[in-house]
Design a binder for this molecule. Structure first.
Ligand SMILES: [Fe+2]
Length: 300
């Protein structure tokens, strides 16, 4: 685990990798002594207390009732695959179902892990899920992703074959980006799609990003509020865009389909990074909440 010094976790993001994976400024929460060289460990299910299970149950129930009309159909269809909502599930049980569906598995981790290890797991179709759960006093907000965010937010869409392929392509791209010094640009792609992505459907806008789907207030805000900007997904535009980690998002990127996402990620990004860097050098980055002239926007 590496730590990026001087980065306040609730401060405006200045282009460092998001805390959704990779680094945080504080020593990472979690017992890393249990982890192997690839940062994975066994889920110590017996260690959860009744209070832990109760926190999970209440978080799950609160999010579940918010999903209709706000979350995408693929997410709603798959969320029950997480198993009984009353207790923190055993990752192995979910992995069995997930492997049968899309060839993915859950890899238990003690908390945030370094980017390289994160990318390597995704490229091997393993999604790292933190095993600790937030304290009751953190019910509404937890700085680092916990088991509820990782499991409820991320795992259901891994049951969708196209999204599952996108995640693997992202991991493979990440391993390459590390060598090209392009992790910052790739982190923006993760942030604006996997964590905070919206999708346009015949029934209206819906959320598919885990940061939204596991959030108390942002799920409704992202779909119904007149405040944020919602712009059509464009890879190079997205990679020029800063984001904020201290508030709800000021900009969301809207995809038409998961296939669009996969197709955008499938080609080699090397020329994309070069082009984005040139544009940033000439025209600058784009602040969150800013819409460019002529840009198509989605309204609630
Ligand atoms: Fe996440």
């Amino acid at each position: 685990m590496t730590a990026a010094a001087g980065k306040a976790p609730r401060d405006v993001n200045r282009g460092v990798a998001p805390v959704t994976y990779g680094q945080g400024e504080r020593p990472p929460r979690g017992d890393y002594g249990r982890a192997g060289a690839d940062y994975t460990c066994a889920q110590d299910h017996a260690r959860y207390t009744e209070a832990d299970h109760d926190t999970y149950r209440r978080l799950y129930a609160r999010q579940l009732q918010q999903l209709p009309g706000l979350a995408c159909d693929e997410f709603i269809a798959a969320v029950r695959q997480l198993g009984a909502p009353e207790r923190i599930p055993r990752f192995d049980d979910i992995s069995e179902r997930l492997f049968r569906a899309t060839g993915w598995q859950i890899a238990c981790v003690p908390g945030l892990i370094p980017e390289e290890s994160f990318f390597a797991l995704l490229a091997a179709r393993k999604f790292p899920v933190t095993d600790w759960i937030r304290k009751p006093e953190e019910f509404d907000y937890v700085v680092e992703p916990d088991v509820f965010h990782d499991l409820f937010g991320h795992v259901p869409l891994l049951f969708d074959p196209t999204f599952a392929d996108y995640m693997q392509a992202y991991g493979a791209g990440g391993l390459k980006a590390s060598r090209l010094d392009a992790c910052e640009l790739l982190a923006r792609l993760y942030w604006y799609t996997v964590e905070f992505g919206l999708i346009a459907t015949p029934k209206g806008l819906r959320a598919y990003g885990a940061g939204i789907l596991s959030s108390t207030g942002e799920l409704r805000y992202s779909i119904t509020s007149a405040e944020p900007r919602r712009v059509a997904f464009d890879l190079q535009r997205l990679m020029r865009s800063r984001y904020r980690i201290d508030t709800y998002q000021a900009t969301y990127f809207v995809i038409d389909s998961f296939k669009q996402l996969f197709d955008a990620t499938a080609p080699d990004f090397t020329p994309v990074y070069e082009s984005v860097r040139k544009t940033i050098a000439a025209a600058g980055e784009i602040e969150a909440g800013v819409v460019l002239p002529g840009e198509r926007q989605f309204t609630p």
